[in-house]
Design a protein around this ligand. Structure first.
Ligand code: IP8
Length: 256
């Protein structure tokens, strides 16, 4: 790989992975350190030389979003609420950037609230202009995006999840591989075992509880469906999968 125009790797670090879920605005320092170490190692080895990182909200964004009743589908026109959610996510983003740079990773922020918009209506798509991210990548940086508030026509500000950003980035940048790292070792079947590979939604729909029509919060079924639609292979894995994934190997569940 390599070269200016090589397709990038898109990696999501779940909020549950890098924060302490039950302690407001608290990092899981050990997990974040391990993740930064894995990213730095892959950049040094050249196995993921063009990399975009996305992180979720964990105990930073979600606390403020639920306090103000804001979700991916319920917006707010209260500027204080929007600022509280965005502020918390910027604090988490600043921590992630600082830790990455301490590991020698040339990480810079890209804040979705300043860039993206949702069209209104039930099927209103997300518009995420990628010029800044693509240019930063071309200049050798590692852009770091995050779940955030997003301007939404007819609904004020809603939440954009890290998972939505991963899908937009992967399709818009023509990603080579996509990794979604959380505290779960992969997509699990009804017995709790990791499903090694998914290439067809129908074959796993039952195991994922896909009949649950109320699943609008980016549950596993919705996530798998969106990752399947991408051209790039996607991997869903836990902390133990990060090093192999960034080395270009398989990890957790392969969705392709
Ligand atoms: O943790 C949502 O991102 P996620 C972030 O990827 C906020 O769902 C603002 C709650």
């Amino acid at each position: 790989a390599g070269g200016e125009s090589a397709p990038p790797v898109v990696l999501k670090l779940g909020g549950s992975l890098i924060t302490e879920k039950n302690e407001p605005e608290t990092l899981d320092e050990a997990a974040l350190h391990a993740a930064c170490d894995a990213v730095a190692g892959a950049l040094a080895a050249g196995t993921a030389d063009r990399l975009v990182v996305v992180h979720g909200g964990g105990s930073f964004g979600h606390h403020h979003a639920s306090e103000h009743g804001v979700s991916t589908t319920d917006g707010t026109r209260d500027a204080e609420a929007a600022a509280a959610i965005h502020g918390a996510m910027k604090r988490l983003n600043a921590h992630v950037l600082e830790r990455l740079r301490e590991h020698g990773v040339p990480a810079v922020p890209v804040h979705p609230l300043s860039l993206a918009a949702r069209a209104g209506g039930a099927d209103g798509g997300l518009d995420l202009p990628l010029g800044s991210t693509a240019t930063l990548l071309g200049e050798g940086f590692v852009p770091v995006l995050h779940g955030d508030g997003v301007a939404t026509a007819g609904d004020g500000v809603t939440v954009v999840s890290g998972d939505e950003l991963v899908v937009e980035l992967a399709s818009g940048l023509g990603a080579r591989r996509v990794g979604v790292c959380s505290t779960v070792p992969g997509v699990l079947d009804v017995d709790g075992d990791v499903i090694p590979a998914i290439d067809d939604f129908g074959s796993v729909a039952d195991a994922l509880g896909a009949s649950d029509a109320t699943d609008v919060s980016g549950g596993m079924a919705a996530k798998v469906r969106e990752l399947l639609a991408l051209d790039a292979p996607a991997y869903v894995f836990g902390a133990e999968g990060l090093v192999p994934f960034l080395r270009g190997e398989g990890a957790g569940t392969r969705i392709d």
